[in-house]
Design a protein. Structure first.
Length: 127
C-alpha cells in the first residue's frame, strides 16, 4: 500500500501517550509513555562499531552503556507520574514541555542540539 516503516524500536513496554517530531531537527522524535518515561530519539544515527571501539579505548573501558539500548536513543527522562502530552518548544531548539498527573516538566537535555536562533541583523537605512 506504499507505506513503509521508518524504524522499529522495542523499547517502551507500555502504551505511548504522546509522540512528536522536532520542528527544528527533522530526524529527532520525542516520545512519552505510560511506563513513566520520556525519550528522545535521533533516527539519523546508526551503530558504529569502529567509533565504539575508539571510545572504549579512550575511556579505558570505564564507561559502559547497556548493550540493549538502541544507538538512536539520545535521552531518557524518568520521574514523572503518568505523562500524557509532550511538545517541542517552537522557538527554543531542544526544549520539551511534558505534562503528567503530577505536574509538568520543562526539559532541555544537554546532549540535544539547543542553539538558539541568532538575532536578525538590523541594517540601517541611509538616505
Amino acid at each position: 500500500d506504499g507505506e513503509a516503516v521508518v524504524a522499529h524500536f522495542d523499547y517502551h513496554k507500555h502504551p505511548i501517550t504522546s509522540i512528536e517530531w522536532s520542528p527544528h531537527e527533522a530526524s529527532s522524535l520525542a516520545v512519552s509513555s505510560a511506563d513513566n518515561q520520556l525519550t528522545i530519539w535521533d533516527l539519523s544515527l546508526e551503530k558504529d562499531e569502529e567509533e565504539e571501539a575508539e571510545f572504549k579505548a579512550r575511556t579505558k573501558e570505564q564507561v559502559n552503556a547497556p548493550e540493549d539500548l538502541p544507538p538512536q536513543l539520545l535521552f531518557i527522562h524518568q520521574g514523572q507520574k503518568d505523562p500524557k502530552e509532550l511538545h517541542w518548544h517552537t522557538q527554543i531548539p531542544g526544549m520539551i514541555v511534558c505534562t503528567a498527573a503530577d505536574g509538568f516538566n520543562v526539559l532541555m537535555p544537554s546532549n540535544i542540539q539547543s542553539t538558539l536562533p541568532s538575532e536578525p541583523e538590523i541594517s540601517s537605512i541611509t538616505s
